[in-house]
Design a protein around this ligand. Sequence first.
Ligand SMILES: Cc1cc2nc3c(=O)[nH]c(=O)nc-3n(C[C@H](O)[C@H](O)[C@H](O)COP(=O)(O)O)c2cc1C
Length: 330
Amino acid sequence: MDQEHAARLIELAYASVGVEPRSTVDQNLIDCNVLVSECPVDNHWGWDVLSEIFHYGTRSIPLAALPGNERAWAEFYLEHCHHVLASPKPSENIEQYASGGIELPSFGDNTQFEHVLERRQTVRSFLDKPVPLEVVSHLLQFSLGFMPSREVNAPDDLSMTLCRRRCSPSGGGLNATEGYLYVNNVMGLAPGIYYYDSSRHALHLCTDCLPSLGTVLAGQHFANNLPVGLFLTSRFDKYWWKYPHSRAYRMALIEVGHIAQTFQFIATDQGLGTWLTGAMDEDAIEPLLKLGNSAEQLLFFVGAGFSDGSHTPKSLRDLMSARTSHEVMS
Ligand SMILES: Cc1cc2nc3c(=O)[nH]c(=O)nc-3n(C[C@H](O)[C@H](O)[C@H](O)COP(=O)(O)O)c2cc1C
């Protein structure tokens, strides 16, 4: 927030003056939901204000011009990269360790697991080929499902999910992360968004109305034909209960990151390419997930599908080669 907007906010808060909708500054504050006409009904936040400001300040960030199609996204992204690369680059830690050190032995990818580690990559070009339900079932079971073999003994009054364990670690063993399966092209499963019940390894339909991924994921239209994905949310109230300081907000994010990573390894092992993003319009997506309370919020998206293995979307490749040939010609 710049000085002008901050000063106006202080004036509105302390000087008993009214909002002037014709003022650009006031209108900006209204557009960003800093000024609202009504207090949100359910705005409980169980941590202190540090994480609240960060969390709400980084949700559903309005883009000045949301790319409306893949070509527009490619132009927008290329422009952004040119802009970034034109500014001074940050230094690398390794610059201060240019020589010396204890040299370690290196290994090839000998085990099946190491092979998966090496093959995992972010791809941005998916085939219109349906993913079998068994593959999706695998993905869910090992990324979010609870493992019967890891169930821990606990007092009778402890909630069921607190005694359960996943293939990924969980902050405080709270299993605060939940997953909502985005189904676009899965053999044997109707398109829609489904809640994944980690306890019963079952799906519950939330909506059969699929959003265009590009529109709700910051204009990244190359993902529009992504066959399957997972919207990952966190039940903040579980963290509020055990860890009341804002520091635990970091743990919620990191827990989701672990699950996203596990999802990618399983997908890779199943022969799929993976893609992930945290650039989302939470306000547009959350109603589709039919979240039960405001303490559960969307944090991340990870997707998978058969792919040609390209990490650069076709639209961007076309644009770059058109520009290169234009440069050669001129
Ligand atoms: C937290 C996080 C957010 C990311 N967000 C995006 C994104 O919005 N769009 C995208 O295309 N890739 C996204 N990526 C993927 C990275 O661009 C990718 O991991 C990186 O370029 C390294 O490539 P690799 O995953 O193939 O090793 C994200 C990755 C991480 C870890």
